[in-house]
Design a protein around this ligand. Structure first.
Ligand code: ZN
Length: 423
C-alpha cells in the first residue's frame, strides 16, 4: 500500500510540474499590476505658474504655506531677470515641496531657433536653474519644461526630450484622460486670465476634471465628460492689480485651491502627476516571470529625466502566490494599504511577489488616508452616472462586476464627497 501511495504521489508531482510549466508560459503574458488612477483621488489638477514673477513668490507663498495638500509648479525663465531676482523666493517654494520647471532662458519663439540656440535655451538653462537654486540651498531636479508661447514642433520636441521627460503646451480644455497616452512632449493646458474666465468658470472646470457634481436627479452628462481626468492649468501672475489681465487675484486662487482640496482632487505639481501618469502606461503593461516561490515583474524607465522618485499606488494580483503573499522591492517588504493596494517605487524598475516564510513578521494594515467614519450614506453610480444603489462604505459590493464606479458619501454636517473606485 505504501509503495502504491508513493507511486501516486510521484505521478501527482509530474502532473503538477507540467501544469506549472504551462502556467509559466501563460504568466509571461499577464500583467499583474494595475495602477490606481490619479493616486486614488477622483481626478488630478496641476496649477502651473509661468515667467518667474516676483508677485508669485510674494502672493502665492503665504497661501501655499496655509494649504499643506496643495503643491504647484513654477516654470522659470531669465526673461526680465526673473530667475536671478527671485531665486531665494523660488528656492523657498521648492523646499516647501513645489516643483521648479524650465521655461527657457530668454523666452524666445523656439520655432525660429537654431540647433545651438535650442540647446542653450532648453538643455543648458535647465542646468542653470538647478545651479542657481542650489546656491540658495535648494536641491532641485528640473524634469519638466513649458514652451514659451506654446510654440512647438518635432525638432523642438527632440531637444526637449534630451533633458526633460514631459513638456507643457497650450490647449482648449487642458484635460488628460487616464487611459489615453498623451504626447509627453506636448501636454495640453488651459490658460486662465482675468478676463478669460470667471472664478465660477474656473471652479466648474475643476469639477469637470474631478467628476464632481450633484448627479442625483439632474443629468450630469451634459458636458459629455466621463470625469476622473487630469486638468493642467496655465497661470501667470498672482496679484489684485486689475490692470494685469494675465494675473489672478490671490483671494481667487486661494478659493480655487481650497475647492480642489475639498473635492478630493489630487492637487500636485505637473511633473508629479505627469510622472505618475506616464509610469502607469509602463507598469500596467509589464509582464511577470515565475520564480521558485512567486513571480517577478520588471519594467524599463521610458525617459531618463523622470523625477528621482515616482511612487505609484497599485493593485497587485497575488492570487497565484496564495493568501499571505509578500511584496518586495529592493529586498524591502512593502506593507499593503487598508484597501489592499501597495505604494510601489516606479524608479526601482522591478518588484517581487513571493510566498511568506516563517521569518516574515505580520504586516499591520495602515489606516487609509481617506478613511472617514463620519459618513453614514454611500451611493454607488456607474461611469455613465446611473445610480446603482447604496453600499456600506467606499467599497464596491462583491457581487458587482469588475469595473470602475463612483461612490458618493454623505452625512449631516459633512460636505458630500465623491470618489472613483476600481473593483
Ligand atoms: Zn511665458
Amino acid at each position: 500500500m505504501k509503495i502504491f501511495f508513493l507511486k501516486r504521489a510521484m505521478r501527482a508531482a509530474v502532473v503538477a510540474s507540467s501544469v506549472s510549466l504551462s502556467l509559466a508560459g501563460l504568466c509571461m503574458a499577464e500583467t499583474p499590476i494595475k495602477t490606481i488612477p490619479w493616486n486614488g483621488y477622483v481626478g488630478a489638477v496641476s496649477f502651473t505658474f509661468d515667467d518667474a514673477y516676483a508677485n508669485q513668490v510674494e502672493n502665492l507663498k503665504p497661501i501655499l504655506d496655509d494649504l499643506p495638500d496643495v503643491h504647484v509648479t513654477f516654470f522659470l525663465t531669465s526673461m526680465g531677470n526673473g530667475l536671478t531676482q527671485n531665486a531665494a523666493g523660488f528656492a523657498a517654494l521648492a523646499k516647501a515641496g513645489n516643483e521648479i520647471g524650465n521655461h527657457t532662458q530668454s523666452h524666445p519663439h523656439l520655432t525660429g531657433a537654431s540647433d545651438s540656440e535650442l540647446e542653450e535655451e532648453i538643455v543648458k538653462f535647465a542646468n542653470t536653474i538647478e545651479s542657481t537654486l542650489a546656491e540658495e540651498g535648494a536641491d532641485v531636479k528640473v524634469t519638466s519644461l513649458a514652451t514659451p508661447f506654446c510654440e512647438n514642433n518635432d525638432k523642438i520636441k527632440s531637444v526637449i526630450a534630451k533633458r526633460h521627460f514631459i513638456n507643457r503646451d497650450c490647449g482648449w480644455h487642458g484635460r488628460n484622460d487616464w487611459d489615453t497616452e498623451p504626447d509627453w512632449m506636448s501636454l495640453q493646458a488651459k490658460i486662465w486670465t482675468r478676463s478669460g474666465a470667471t472664478v465660477t468658470e474656473m471652479l466648474s472646470a475643476l469639477d469637470t476634471a474631478a467628476f464632481i457634481g450633484n448627479f442625483e436627479g439632474a443629468n450630469p452628462w451634459d458636458v459629455q465628460v466621463k470625469g476622473g481626468s487630469w486638468l493642467v492649468v496655465l497661470n501667470h501672475g498672482v496679484t489684485d492689480d486689475a490692470g494685469d489681465d494675465y494675473a489672478i487675484d490671490p483671494s481667487d486662487i486661494k478659493k480655487i485651491f481650497e475647492h480642489a482640496v475639498e473635492n478630493k482632487l489630487w492637487t500636485a505639481p505637473f511633473g508629479t502627476v505627469g510622472a505618475y501618469h506616464r509610469a502607469h502606461f509602463v507598469v500596467d503593461a509589464a509582464t511577470s516571470t515565475l520564480t521558485d516561490d512567486g513571480f517577478t515583474v520588471k519594467w524599463e524607465i521610458p525617459n531618463e529625466h523622470m523625477p528621482k522618485s515616482v511612487p505609484l499606488r497599485v493593485k497587485i494580483d497575488t492570487k497565484s502566490v496564495g493568501e499571505n503573499a509578500v511584496v518586495e522591492q529592493g529586498g524591502k517588504k512593502l506593507s499593503p494599504e487598508s484597501d489592499g493596494s501597495y505604494i510601489i517605487e516606479f524608479m526601482a524598475k522591478e518588484l517581487k511577489v513571493r510566498k511568506s516564510s516563517s521569518n516574515d513578521e505580520t504586516i499591520a494594515l495602515p489606516k487609509s488616508p481617506f478613511a472617514n467614519q463620519g459618513y453614514s450614506k454611500y451611493t454607488i453610480f456607474d461611469m455613465n452616472g446611473n445610480c446603482l444603489g447604496e453600499t456600506n462604505g467606499w467599497t464596491i459590493p462583491a457581487n458587482y462586476p469588475k469595473g470602475t464606479y463612483i461612490v458618493r458619501a454623505e452625512a449631516a454636517g459633512l460636505k458630500a464627497m465623491t470618489r472613483k473606485r476600481i473593483k
